[in-house]
Every structure is written in C-alpha cells, then in structure tokens.
Design a protein around this ligand. Structure first.
Ligand SMILES: [Zn+2]
Length: 333
C-alpha cells in the first residue's frame, strides 16, 4: 500500500513538473514567434517580398538543421544558415570576412542589415537582409522567387517543401501552426500497438514503416497537422493513399483507405482534424484490390533533411496527439 501511495505521489510530482516545463516552453515559443515575425516583416518592408516567403525558407532550414549533424546549431531566432563560402563569396580567401564592401566585391551574399558596419552571419538581421537582397535580385513575384529558390538550393524537393510552407503561412497568417489531431475520431472503436520495424513478407524484404490502427470500414480518417496534400492515389502496397507534408518537413502517410474525402486534391491545404478519407483495406494488388487483410489505417511518418527522406516511428506521436486531444476534450467539458 505504502509503495502504491508513494508511486502515486511520485507520478503527481512528475506530472506537475512536466506541466510547468510545458507552460514555460509555450511562453518562450510565443516570444520566439513574435521575434521571427518581426524579422520577416522587416525583410518584407525592405524588399517588398511578402513575409511568408521568409517564414517558409526559415522554417525549412530550421528543420533541416535540427536533423543534420554537419550543420551548426542555430544561435538566434532564425534557422537560416548561410555557409561561409556563400556569405563571404566563393573566391574570397577570407571565408570569415565580415566587411560588407569586400564581401560584395567577391559576390558574397553577406550584408549588414542592422547598420553596425559589419556583415555578421550569426546576426539575425544581417542574415534575413542578405536573403531578402538575394531574392530581390530575381524579382518579387512568385514565379521569379521560385527561380531564385531553385538557383539557391538546386533541389526541386526543397523548392517544393518551401513553396508548400509559403501557401500555408499565407493562408493562416500566423507562425503558430503546431496543433495536431489523432488520425481517427477518438469516439470511434480502434486499436493500435507499436509495430514499427516488424518484418513484412509481401513485396520482398521490407520492414513495417508505420503504425497500423485497426478500425471498421468507413471510420473517418483525419489530417493530423497543418500541411499540404502532396500525394493522392493508388499504389500496389498502400492501396488508396494520401501523403501530407507539414511545416516541419515531415511527410504523413495514410494508406489502405476505403476512399477519399469528396473534394480532396493534391496541393490542397489541410488542418488538424480535417477529414481526408475513411478506413479501408485497399492495397496489396492492382488498383481496386481490397479485402486482403482486416480494415486498418496504416500511418507512416517520414522526415526530409535536405538530401533525402527516411522513415521514423510514428507511434509515440500518435500516443501524444491522442492524449492531448483527450485532455482538450476534458477541459472543454
Ligand atoms: Zn501498416
């Protein structure tokens, strides 16, 4: 009995601490969002390029940096990293040049954005100003900005990811888009357990890249995040499936659907809880094949790091979103 009580007490202490941490984190986040928005708007004011282009580039780079070990960690509010040879100019012998004049002589991107006479690659204002000036040399309209992004990143996937974020920020006019929803309505009957990495027989040696959520045919399937529909269609493994890219460069994959929501289309913006289709058993054969296994939603998550994409375990995220949604419901009463 005593152990039980102390266990319960310990859990309460733990819950209280994590809430506290969470509260503080939220406060800090709101402040950082304001700081970032201020920088994007300053860049818009000097370049006439809408703020959401800067927000999208910054958000893309921040998330690449978070998953890459070869890039230094961000120190300011921005996530954009301009490598030394780009900042100083490719032929500049001084890779750490901070003199705006010599940098411009060597065709570097480095700029003095805050007027202190120094082009500092670790200063947020200098960095955003450098990006603004670079984009501006191409023009301020969407088509020219697209070319600017292509020239800068030389990777069409990256350009697509950034332009997806541009659309999302433009629509919602805020940077705070971190809400999530569980893919099935919580009142539906469903079960799932952690099966990530299990061996799969069909179609050669593969591992199970996702979590299977078992439910009845026709249970609504919902978007779990703010994002853009990147893919909608048939695949012999996944059947009818939808892929959604969120603002953190993460791809959310929904497979074996019975069908799609009536006007769902590629390129569409979705938000947490929006119905995108329903649970089914499609897949494991040519288009139309269904019923080879019990109905379930296969949910996968993939991360892009600027070079490539890899699968990671969605199970902890599903648990977290489910818990958060339950808590929200309780609070609303
Ligand atoms: Zn599965």
């Amino acid at each position: 009995m005593r152990t039980l009580i102390s266990y319960i007490t310990a859990s309460f202490v733990f819950i209280a601490t994590s809430w506290n941490v969470l509260g503080k984190e939220i406060a800090k986040d709101e402040n950082i969002y304001e700081q970032r928005m201020e920088l994007y708007q300053k860049a818009e004011a000097v370049s006439l390029i809408p703020w959401y282009y800067f927000a999208a580039i910054d958000q893309y780079e921040r998330n690449v940096r978070l998953v890459r070990r070869d890039l230094p960690k961000a120190t300011g509010a921005l996530g954009i990293y301009i490598p030394p040879e780009r900042w100083a100019g490719p032929l500049n012998r001084n890779k750490h040049d901070t003199n705006p004049f010599t940098i411009s002589q060597f065709g570097g991107l480095g700029m003095d954005g805050n007027g202190d006479g120094v082009a500092n690659p670790n200063d947020d204002e200098d960095v955003i100003f450098a990006i603004a000036r670079y984009l501006q040399t191409y023009g301020t309209d969407h088509e020219h900005l697209k070319i600017a992004l292509w020239d800068y990143y030389q990777r069409s996937k990256t350009v697509d990811l950034i332009l997806g974020k541009v659309k999302i920020y433009k629509k919602y006019k805020t940077l705070q888009l971190d809400d999530h929803a569980f893919p099935l309505p919580l009142h539906a009957n469903y079960t799932y357990k952690n099966t990530w990495g299990d061996a799969r027989g069909w179609g050669g040696r593969r591992i199970h890249e996702g979590t299977d959520i078992f439910a009845h045919y026709g249970v609504p399937v919902r978007a779990t995040c703010y994002g853009v529909v990147e893919l909608k269609g048939w695949n012999k493994y996944g059947g009818w499936r939808v892929g959604i890219r969120d603002i953190n460069n993460t791809y959310h994959y929904f497979a074996h659907l019975n069908g799609f929501a009536s006007n769902l289309r590629e390129g569409q913006i979705v938000e947490p809880g929006m119905i995108i289709g329903s649970v089914g058993s499609s897949g494991y054969g040519p288009p139309g094949t269904a019923g080879k296994f019990p109905p379930h939603l296969h949910y996968g998550m993939y991360k892009d790091n600027g070079y490539t994409e890899w699968s990671f375990d969605p199970y902890p995220h599903l648990k977290m979103w489910e818990r958060a949604e339950k808590m929200q419901k309780k609070q609303r009463g």
